[in-house]
Design a protein. Structure first.
Length: 402
């Protein structure tokens, strides 16, 4: 079916525009007339020659999903049928990729599928957590409330992810700049100084000779070094894909001096936020724990969560297996234990998640403030050291002339 772009006027005189899918222009006009719209302009949208090339299509961002979830929740709360709400949202969505997915979901729901079943067909956009919460909302008749919780959860999860990215990005960018600047100096600048010093007729100072030798080595084997780095990256990626490799890397990440503590706080915040959202939405705790384990992102944490699940299946509490793990602090275990005893586990998990969100904020701020001077000293010291080493022979010659 073709896509038509239209401009129309409502009964109140407001001019609106949008897009709709129809077999021909006549049917498109009829659909708009049924919506009490007076069409002033309609034309077929030209086909995108790259529509079947996946990497040329816009990516779906978390922001798109949050906006869709909030608006859909409002429509359901206002009493709009699912199909009508999905149709309106698909029309007004600007992201072409997301628009196509929403249209497919609308067709599936029209064909008799539940919303959760329709969403499940698009796992790259709507993950297991999203689908299961929607399914729980449909069964419990509280889909609008569930969607509001999902939107809040995605926003907080994305904020947590951006904090980690921010903490990691700064040192990586500074180190990359340092490597590029030092490489340019060693490959292009040092050889010029070497030509100057060749006619001096005396031995170069040890620091200068070291820099010159390093320049010769890098200039002569730069292609081997780049090839080695690329090969090492792919070897590491392949090793990380194995079960034992992933386990060792994930364990190492949690043991890192500074970043390890931050990653543990993120793990606690994510675990408590996800499980709390699922329990409060009516998802059975065993199903919730299985979903949380699969979306944990760290195999060590995943194993701990599966131990918790086995413990509950055997009639024990959540707190017991968590206390044996070094990921969850004693305070968190005690708060979860109190939540279980009082029957307010979802509320307690939400409070822990809020607390650890603030902890992550503070940890990222402290990490950034600590890394800034260290990286500046490294950058200034390395580049300054190269400059001083190359000027030592000039100082030596000036002293001899004096």
């Amino acid at each position: 079916m073709a896509v038509y772009k239209w401009v129309a006027e409502t009964r109140k005189g407001r001019v609106i525009k949008g897009e709709l899918e129809a077999a021909n222009e006549k049917i498109a006009r009829l659909q708009l007339k049924r919506r009490n719209l007076a069409v002033s302009k309609i034309k077929q949208k030209p086909k995108d020659i790259f529509e079947n090339v996946s990497f040329m299509q816009p990516k779906i961002k978390s922001k798109d999903i949050v906006i869709f979830t909030r608006q859909f929740s409002t429509m359901i709360d206002a009493g709009l049928p699912l199909v009508q709400g999905l149709t309106i949202l698909a029309e007004q969505t600007e992201n072409a990729t997301f628009k196509g997915i929403l249209k497919q979901i609308t067709k599936d729901v029209e064909s008799g599928s539940s919303l959760a079943e329709a969403l499940k067909k698009h796992p790259k956009v709507f993950d297991t957590l999203y689908v299961n919460l929607v399914a729980a909302g449909e069964v419990g008749g509280i889909l609008d409330t569930i969607l509001q919780r999902l939107a809040a959860y995605i926003e907080k999860a994305e904020k947590l992810k951006s904090q980690i990215k921010g903490a990691m990005t700064y040192p990586i960018v500074v180190m990359a700049i340092a490597v590029i600047v030092i490489s340019v100096i060693l490959i292009f600048v040092i050889p010029v100084f070497e030509e100057m010093f060749r006619g001096m007729g005396s031995a170069l100072p040890a620091p200068t000779q070291f820099v010159v030798n390093m320049s010769r080595f890098i200039k002569g084997s730069i292609h081997i070094m780049i090839g080695g780095l690329i090969a090492a990256f792919f070897v590491f990626k392949k090793y990380r894909a194995t079960a034992s490799g992933r386990r060792k890397v994930d364990a190492l990440l949690l043991q890192l001096p500074v970043f390890g503590s931050l990653l543990k706080k993120v793990a606690v915040a994510r675990f408590t936020r996800t499980l709390g959202t699922m329990i409060s939405s009516g998802v059975p705790i065993l199903d919730g724990l299985e979903i949380v384990a699969k979306t944990s992102g760290n195999i060590i944490l995943e194993e701990v969560i599966y131990e918790v699940r086995s413990s509950i299946a055997e009639g024990q509490t959540i707190a017991e297996p968590l206390s044996e793990s070094d990921i969850f602090p004693r305070m968190v275990v005690q708060m979860i234990s109190v939540g279980e005893a009082t029957g307010a586990l979802d509320t307690m998990l939400s409070k822990i998640a809020d607390f650890y969100d603030d902890e992550v904020d503070a940890a990222v701020a402290a990490l950034t403030s600590m890394l800034e001077p260290l990286l500046m000293v490294f950058l200034g010291g390395s580049i300054g050291g190269l400059v001083v080493a190359m000027y030592l022979p000039i100082f030596k010659m000036a002293a001899a002339l004096g």
